[in-house]
Design a protein around this ligand. Structure first.
Ligand SMILES: [Fe+2]
Length: 356
């Protein structure tokens, strides 16, 4: 009987049943993406998925988080269904134990005097903890650092972490929607949307190394009303959007009395499935975390079903594929920058939105 030829296992091999185009996967795997809140990684191993790669996270005895492919090379055991023993991830099938470097430290059936095969190693991926999040980079060397957000670590005001939700949408569609001023009156009339007929003044997008930003005034009409109640009046606030490629956004909303920040990171679970991580900072300290989270969840509930219904689900990066208006300057530049990374070079016919 003939067996198929063995391919060489490499660090950058695509996951099985990868939903992304191969080129897109290789580009996105070079960035850091959040995969869990820090507090989620405690005594038990945690399964996560990033760019279709199944990973296991665990915390060792000094408290360092590690990430590896969720696979024991002995018999293909799913490590996330095992346990952590003395800071080492332990396979549920035969009790093989691995340390944070990926080295196998114990094979119970082998006996302590017999050497452990050197090839018995985990496929470790780079991980980091920052801003209360666990970040993973699937590539051997990240092509960009983590977003630089010292404000989250300054300890001023109230910080709230929104329980993350999974959207059935591409990460880039989510990011574009988050950074779009034009959609607010129509999608958010029950939270903070202003007049539908207010035109958007021309604005300038600043482009940096892997970043883009713009600022605008926005008149909110109903920010804190409860659903169904009358508008509470208007207030004009300054909106400053700052986006770090590929999927990390930071919105600062200020007026004379307040300074509010929304950090929003879209983590690509697969091509069309995205886990959303949001950190809110009220610099005045007047708001309570529970009310900040409740209001943000109302906003998210307005966005999600509409972004999940956009067609196509993936963000078209060829500017000829959709029609643009001047108020789309940010989204035009975002699409250009993603295309500039090399994304979207291969056309894939992904799934369409529900109802198409
Ligand atoms: Fe929105």
């Amino acid at each position: 009987m003939f067996l198929p030829a063995k391919t060489t296992r490499t660090e950058t091999a695509l996951p099985r049943a990868c939903s992304l185009a191969e080129g897109d996967w290789h580009i996105l795997s070079g960035f850091w993406h959040p995969v869990a809140w820090s507090e989620e990684v405690a005594a038990a191993p945690v399964p996560v998925r990033l760019l279709d790669e199944r990973l296991v996270l665990w915390r060792d005895e000094p408290g360092i988080v590690h990430a590896a492919k969720d696979l024991c090379l002995h018999r293909g055991g799913r490590l996330s269904r095992g346990k952590v023993c003395a800071g080492q991830i332990t396979c549920p099938l035969h009790g093989f134990r691995y340390d944070g470097s990926g080295a196998c430290r114990k094979v119970p059936a082998l006996g302590a005097e017999v050497p452990i095969p050197k090839r018995l190693r985990l496929d470790i991926r780079a991980s980091a903890e920052r801003y209360g999040l666990v970040w993973v980079c699937l590539a051997e060397s990240p092509r960009a650092p983590l977003p630089d957000w010292p404000l989250i670590e300054a300890g001023i005001g109230t910080i709230a972490r929104v329980p993350s939700a999974v959207w059935q949408a591409s990460a880039a569609r989510h990011v574009e929607n988050f950074n779009d001023l034009c959609h607010i009156p129509f999608v958010h009339p029950d939270t903070f949307g202003g007049d539908e007929d207010r035109t958007i003044a021309p604005y300038r997008v600043e482009i940096g190394a892997g970043t883009l930003s713009y600022e605008a005034e926005y008149t909110e009409q109903t920010r804190y009303k409860t659903p169904g109640a009358a508008p509470q009046g208007r207030r004009t606030r300054h909106y400053a959007y700052a986006l770090t490629l590929p999927f990390a956004s930071w919105l600062t909303i200020t007026d004379a009395e307040s300074e509010f920040h929304v950090f929003d990171i879209a983590s690509p679970v697969s091509a069309m499935t995205t886990r959303i991580f949001q950190i809110l900072v009220d610099r005045t300290g007047r708001l309570q975390p529970a009310e900040m989270i409740a209001f943000q969840n109302r906003i998210n509930a307005e966005d999600a079903p509409l972004v999940e219904a956009q067609s196509p689900l993936e963000l078209p990066l060829d500017l000829r594929d959709e029609i643009h208006i001047p108020a789309d300057r940010m989204s035009i530049e975002y699409r250009r920058m993603l295309a500039g990374l090399g994304l979207g070079a291969e056309t894939i016919l992904g799934p369409t939105a529900p109802g198409d």
